[in-house]
Design a protein around this ligand. Structure first.
Ligand SMILES: Cc1ncc(COP(=O)(O)O)c(C=O)c1O
Length: 430
């Protein structure tokens, strides 16, 4: 999916956005903490926190009981599925499955799909993906004697070698597992093209949209994917995983489940008791996002949730596009710093504002520690993009430093980051 220039009614107002997030008030040495660690998990708006507290305060109950609190839980679960379907552009809430996180959901689907795999079947994975969309497929291929084929990464700009994908696909291909955006270097992958090629070969497509979800509007119907997984805690919600699966697949595949779950969707795939309070929190997140869509996006004030959520993500994308160019430009001026992935400020349409880099003679952990001492939170290492970091030859040297901007981050924070990096480099060369 190439994200073309989206249109919002007016630009997001960062001060108004930030006022929704209590955690952004946290101070370090008297200055606000700069949370540039969003790819590891984002902060949540007050609407999310309030919804969790309100659910618990009202009195929680398990499902399908004869009394009011239980009926309320049933309604809450149904609404959470409908809202998630709105967010992902799915038409049927029964095609949404919740779980503890994306990894657990992907392991469940991989095991179920694995039941149909035979020796000689093939699965395609990429060297750009987070291990949660690689390791489950490697394991199931090993169990069933299937062959794994790898889509490589173009080293100089961190894009997927999709020209090579055609030659990897054939009548034996059963599944292609691909990410929508890289959690390490921010590349947006052309999942539409992957899906077209995979479907032409008769294979299914499993998309990891965990990193795309806080940045881009997602529409599973437009993308024609078979499965798409994401994690609400990466897009301003509580710690949950969510999966979209085409009804025909969710119905046909044999899930690992307990007997009372039956064959009905989505319960067939949702093992055990759901975290009701977190589903309430997720609805709070969607209330917040929908309000952004109405305030800044093209959704009118009476627009429905689906339209408002899409409008919000378009407005967010537009705001974030404005952060990428200046960030890349400023990083390029730091002596010895090398951005891994798309470094050209003119190619904003091909990436989200997640930028990984190395600095000559500085271990990534030491850079992250220096930034932490200045109140700037960033990640270092491989962030489970194991194959990519190996492919870039950085596994033995501590990986990369990763800056992850989301819509509550500002250009001022990016400037503060670059100042702190300059300071580090200057101090060490003095
Ligand atoms: C791109 C990507 N995929 C998958 C995951 C795993 O998600 P979860 O923690 O929900 O299992 C992550 C988490 O960092 C991620 O960034």
């Amino acid at each position: 999916m190439r994200v073309t220039t989206p249109v919002a009614r007016r630009g997001l107002d960062p001060a108004a956005v930030r006022a929704h997030f209590p955690a952004l008030e946290r101070l370090h040495d008297g200055r606000p903490v700069a949370y540039l660690d969003g790819p590891g998990g984002t902060q949540v708006p007050r609407a999310t926190i309030d919804a969790i507290a309100a659910h618990l305060a009202a009195g929680d109950a398990n499902t399908h009981g004869a009394f009011a609190a239980s009926e309320e839980t049933d309604a809450l679960i149904a609404d959470a599925h409908a809202a998630m379907a709105d967010f992902l552009g799915a038409h049927d809430p029964a095609e949404i499955v919740f779980g503890p996180n994306m990894t657990t959901l992907t392991l469940a689907v991989s095991r179920a799909l694995g039941r149909d795999l035979r020796p000689g079947d093939e699965i395609v994975v990429t060297r750009l993906d987070h291990d949660a969309n690689v390791a489950p497929w490697l394991a199931v291929a090993e169990d069933r004697g299937a062959t794994v084929r790898w889509v490589d990464v173009n080293e100089e700009d961190g894009t997927l070698d999709l020209d090579g994908l055609g030659s990897l696909l054939g009548p034996a291909t059963r599944l292609v597992a691909v990410g929508l955006a890289s959690n390490a270097i921010g590349t947006i992958n052309d999942v539409g093209r992957v899906t077209e090629l995979a479907h032409a070969a008769g294979a299914l497509v499993y998309v990891d949209a965990v990193h795309a979800a806080p940045h881009l509007p997602i529409n599973v119907a437009d993308l024609h994917v078979d499965f798409l997984a994401c994690s609400p805690y990466k897009f301003f919600g509580p710690h949950l995983g969510a999966l979209y699966g085409r009804r025909e697949h969710l119905e046909r595949l044999a899930a690992y489940r307990v007997r009372p779950a039956g064959d009905r969707l989505p319960g067939k795939w949702e093992t055990g008791t759901q975290p009701h309070e977190l589903l309430a929190g997720l609805l709070g997140t969607f209330t917040y996002l929908a309000s952004l869509g109405r305030a800044y996006g093209l959704a009118g004030h009476d627009a429905d949730r689906r339209t408002s959520l899409r409008a919000a993500m378009v407005a967010i994308r537009q705001y974030e596009r404005g952060l990428i160019g200046p960030l890349l430009g400023a990083l390029a001026a730091v002596p010895g710093l090398r951005v891994r992935g798309i470094a050209d400020p003119g190619r904003v349409d091909e990436r989200v504002p997640t930028v990984a880099f190395t600095i000559d003679d500085h271990r990534p952990r030491a850079v992250a520690e220096h930034l932490a001492s200045r109140g700037i939170s960033v990640w270092d290492g491989d962030y489970y993009a194991v194959e990519l970091v190996r492919r870039l030859g950085l596994a033995e040297t501590g990986g990369m430093v990763r800056i992850g901007l989301v819509h509550y981050n500002t250009l001022e924070e990016a400037e503060r980051l670059v100042e702190a990096l300059d300071e580090l480099v200057t101090l060490s060369s003095a």
